[in-house]
Design a protein around this ligand. Sequence first.
Ligand SMILES: Nc1ncnc2c1ncn2[C@@H]1O[C@H](COP(=O)(O)OP(=O)(O)OP(=O)(O)O)[C@@H](O)[C@H]1O
Length: 256
Amino acid sequence: MTEILRVENLKKSYDGFLAVNGVSFSVEQGELKALIGPNGAGKSTCFNMLMGQLKPTEGDVWFDGEKITGKLPREVWRRGVGRTFQITGTYQSMTVIENVQMALMSHHGKLFSIQPRAWKLYREEAFEFLETVSMQDQADRPCSILAYGDLKRLELAIALTHRPRLLLMDEPTAGMAPSARVELMQLVADIVRDQGVSVLFTEHDMDVVFAHAHHIMVLNRGELIADGNATEVRNNPQVQEVYLGGGTLFKEAEDA
Ligand SMILES: Nc1ncnc2c1ncn2[C@@H]1O[C@H](COP(=O)(O)OP(=O)(O)OP(=O)(O)O)[C@@H](O)[C@H]1O
């Protein structure tokens, strides 16, 4: 397998407080990897450093062999790192397909096209992305009336228009009903399998994590305490200690 992302000794200090303290890991091409940890463990801080929103205090990030530490978010994005957020970022006044077309215009450098027929641009291509997330039947619906789970799928389609080789997903299932969560992550897992894209995601729902992630990393108080497959992580004494009553936390995943 080819390594697509490598993080070495990443640190972030907020006024002397080490929110991320010497984190090192890698993500392989075609890997679906989870970053979990209790509230305040440093997951978002880590993500923001990978994507360039935050400058690390120390350490380095390599993407596809190139050092990207300290690069601006748009430079990281141009190299093939996409991101989805906890709060969806679609244009509510536009239809589903127009949102995807807009993303494609941006991808092709034609976002500010003054062509009168701009809305005919990339419609077919946009439709294909909607098919990837099974939303082709909703192409002409306004985003403002979409169910929350559909908005999340649309957001995924939009992120894919930039053909990321690595997609960072920050709590992709936040705010969703449990059954819809597993469904969304199944879709992500299918895309990883079919397209060979790598996905690194943070998540609080352990059922989602243990059902889909190939590998799981556990962050606690800024430090990585585990990085392995579901069984290794579940049996890690430090992880069990962090998730007090770990037996119940992991129970459903074990039963699955
Ligand atoms: N801008 C900031 N200034 C000071 N401290 C911060 C800042 N951002 C985060 N922190 C602190 O850094 C630590 C890590 O926060 P972070 O948001 O990365 O954790 P998290 O694992 O993403 O948490 P959650 O699961 O609640 O989103 C926390 O103690 C938080 O209070």
